[in-house]
Ligand binder design. Structure first.
Ligand SMILES: [Zn+2]
Length: 262
């Protein structure tokens, strides 16, 4: 019997790469996505397209309302920061941090895994060069796994062992993109931007890190960015045309710092 995996899928670059890894490992895939009151539906739509691409066995979407608590630029009427350098981003826990989001998401994933009889739960967090997000650290994941194996009927009565898999935990964005490219990840279907809209903004923290990752990996980002449209003159190695694809030579700060979140 094929072993089952629950994969938390936001529709972003990281979680899509994780889905590709689980797919490569031969799991029967069950994805879990959240409409949690985030700023836009683009990532929920992206998750749907990615799940369809991988022909997952079951695609589960859960609606919860984290706007009831707010306190994040993703779940309240607070502006998302733009044009920050990567060193500025890694200074403090950013306003885009959503209180306890990974704990909430993993709890849903654990319940889903218990029902489905899945031992493996995949999440696309990473912790490299970044200490801001408390719920993206190895110690957090270990503690969560320990809790899960104490807290469920399946673990106690049926001796099911839950494993929380975070294959990107020690990778930076460029390494993630290289790995994903190797696995044929359809990055054109993914959405990383904190803003909605037709094209990614290119200047929010998430876009900056993504662009930086592609630049470092020496790969072309197949999605389109507003900030790269209507650039004045063609210059060798720089993106020029209206609505064209981003290239790896865009002028963003190069660093290995990464946003470690799902
Ligand atoms: Zn953006």
């Amino acid at each position: 019997m094929t072993k089952k995996a629950i994969v938390l899928l936001s529709g972003g670059l990281d979680s899509t790469t994780v889905l590709a890894i689980a797919h490569h490992e031969g799991f029967e895939l069950h994805t879990l996505s959240f409409d949690y009151g985030q700023r836009h539906q683009r990532e929920v739509d992206a998750a749907k397209s990615v799940a369809r691409y991988y022909k997952v066995e079951r695609q589960q979407k859960v609606k919860i309302d984290l706007r009831a608590f707010g306190r994040s630029a993703l779940t309240a009427d607070i502006a998302v920061p733009h044009n920050r350098s990567i060193s500025q981003m890694s200074h403090d826990i950013p306003i885009t941090y959503v209180p306890a989001r990974n704990t909430i998401f993993l709890s849903f994933a654990l319940a889903y895994a218990e029902v489905m009889g899945a031992n493996d739960i995949f999440i696309g967090i990473n912790a490299i060069d970044y200490s801001g997000y408390p719920d993206c650290r190895p110690a957090y994941l270990e503690a969560y796994e320990h809790m899960a194996n104490l807290a469920t009927k399946a673990a106690i009565q049926d001796e099911q062992v839950f494993r929380f898999r975070a294959p990107l935990l020690n990778m930076n964005k460029a390494e993630i993109i290289r790995k994903g490219t190797e696995l044929g990840v359809p990055y054109e279907l993914t959405w990383s931007c904190y803003e909605g809209g037709e094209m990614a903004c290119g200047t929010c923290d998430s876009c900056t890190l993504r662009l930086n990752g592609f630049a470092e990996a020496g790969r072309e980002d197949p999605i389109r960015y507003v900030s790269l449209v209507n650039q004045p003159e063609p210059v060798d190695g720089l993106p020029v045309a209206d609505g064209q694809k981003a290239t790896f030579s865009i002028a963003v700060v190069v660093s290995t710092v990464d946003v470690p979140c799902f």
